[in-house]
Design a protein around this ligand. Structure first.
Ligand SMILES: NC(=O)c1ccc[n+]([C@@H]2O[C@H](COP(=O)([O-])OP(=O)(O)OC[C@H]3O[C@@H](n4cnc5c(N)ncnc54)[C@H](O)[C@@H]3O)[C@@H](O)[C@H]2O)c1
Length: 435
């Protein structure tokens, strides 16, 4: 099939590349010239395991092409996916102006049947708005609008796309359903066919539910700290109940990224507009915000006075295996420390170039050992697997004080103690004699 992906970011680029890998002819559209230049050289503008090689292979085979022109995409492709960004506005609502711009551009160029598929995460009724926008401007009504929310996770996006738990398609015509069934048939995943409104809600509800689990376990971790219990043991005991499930029960410094924080805010606003107060979601967001400050207080308690201290940071990205810094907890934690005149030196395996755009006054270093040199405390803010196999003796020797604050519960407290660190993590403040 001939497929266009309009908006070639974390979602669009993975989607387009994977469809090309499945044998389709794919045209990825983006209006960011720097991204297009890199893509045309066979380079990925984002870090996503396995993606760059897949881009190169499919470009070489002639199945994957890039353009800045939506007109070209509408002319050449029957399936048009919209995967542009939907950033939060100041009041928390999703900014849908990018979607509207793309819809107008599609309308101006519509000559024969096209299926327009909404893949960005958007409030219910967006599908209807896309339909109305195109219908008002196009010369004919030979088109359908469908919704196909994306559930991939950054860091394992290629795998998630090719081996999804489920595929959700919201359709309002038999023709659209037939096309999307054919497209996704090779993935052999459970297909949930719904109305446009239900498809969008499935995405918002899924993200909100997962975020709720995270805030729940983070609050529980604080209770564990206060009660001298171990959150890992508590979460394991809970997670073995299949009604609860073990995933997303990991305590830490809160969620970040381009999905949970903004999608929760957007869902809250959407519920308000529909006349409902979804206060639970506000609480989830509030716990998430205060979780970062909770960790900052832990740092303060461990170093005594923050003012004038030097702190090393391991990991800046919002999660491991991505270079994405959007809404990363590291941003707020570092800002809170800098407010107290703490000097920061930080290392991340992939996110430094994005981090430079959002963090100022930070000394970025080339490896974890430089991050630890001469510091009063070393923080773990992203769970990169390379941090598991560091030479901790070397690290300890170069630190001003062997103090480690692990915001991701990456290490075993007993191992860290054996290695000579004063070690603090989240929800594992078990009294020393019991550890
Ligand atoms: N990142 C994720 O893990 C993830 C997962 C599921 C769903 N989503 C949703 O998917 C959507 C996209 O997210 P993302 O992370 O890929 O965003 P992104 O910012 O990485 O990518 C969006 C791309 O769209 C391009 N764009 C914007 N306007 C355009 C236009 N008029 N013409 C052509 N290109 C245009 C931008 O240049 C950018 O490259 C969002 O709604 C997000 O909530 C994201």
């Amino acid at each position: 099939m001939k497929i266009a992906i309009i908006g070639s970011g974390y979602v669009g680029l993975v989607t387009g590349t994977c469809f090309a890998h499945l044998g389709h002819a794919v045209l990825c559209v983006d209006n960011n010239k720097d991204k297009l230049r890199l893509l045309k050289q066979g380079k990925s503008p984002i870090y996503e395991p396995g993606l760059e090689q897949m881009i190169r292979e499919n470009v070489k085979e002639g199945r994957l092409k890039f353009t800045a022109s939506i007109a070209e995409a509408v002319r050449k492709c029957e399936l048009l996916f919209i995967s542009v960004n939907t950033p939060p506005k100041e009041n928390g609502e999703a900014d849908l102006s990018f979607i509207e711009n793309v819809s107008q551009e599609i309308a101006r160029n519509l000559k024969s049947y096209r299926l327009i598929i909404e893949k960005s995460t958007v409030p219910v009724q967006t599908g209807e708005w896309i339909y109305k926008t195109i219908r008002a401007r196009a010369k004919h009504s030979l088109f359908d609008v469908a919704s196909n929310p994306e559930f991939l996770r950054e860091g394992s996006a290629v795998h998630d796309f090719l081996k999804p738990d489920r595929i959700v398609i919201g359709v309002s015509s038999a023709r659209a359903e037939k096309l999307l069934r054919k497209l996704y048939e090779p993935l052999k995943a459970p297909l949930v066919v719904t109305s446009l409104a239900s498809a969008g809600l499935i995405k918002h509800a899924s993200n909100s539910f997962l975020a709720t689990k995270i805030s729940f376990v983070n609050m529980l971790a604080r209770i564990c700290d206060a009660a001298g219990a171990d959150i890992e043991q508590v979460a394991r005991g809970m997670g073995l109940d299949p009604r609860i499930g073990a995933s997303f029960l990991k305590a830490g410094i809160g969620f970040g990224g381009f999905c949970f924080p903004k999608d929760l805010s957007a869902f809250l606003k959407m519920s308000e507009r529909l006349g409902m107060r979804f206060d639970l979601l506000q609480e989830v967001l509030d716990i998430n915000e205060s979780q970062k400050q909770y960790f900052v207080r832990k740092i303060e308690q461990a170093v005594w006075n923050l003012r004038g201290k030097k702190v090393g940071v391991l990991g800046l990205a919002f999660k491991a295996d991505t270079d994405d810094m959007r809404f990363a907890p590291s941003i707020d934690i570092i800002a809170a420390l800098q407010k107290e005149d703490v000097k920061i030196q930080a290392y991340d395996p992939q996110a430094v170039s994005n981090a430079r755009k959002v963090l100022s006054g930070v000394r970025f270093v080339k490896n974890p050992y430089e991050a630890a040199r001469g510091v009063d405390a070393l923080l773990v803010l992203t769970e990169w697997s390379e941090f598991l196999t560091l030479d901790f003796k070397r690290i300890r020797k170069t630190m001003n004080r062997a103090l480690m604050l692990d915001g991701r519960n990456l290490y075993n407290p007993a191992d860290m103690k054996r290695l000579g660190f004063e070690y603090h993590s989240v929800g594992r403040s078990v009294p020393a004699q019991l550890a």
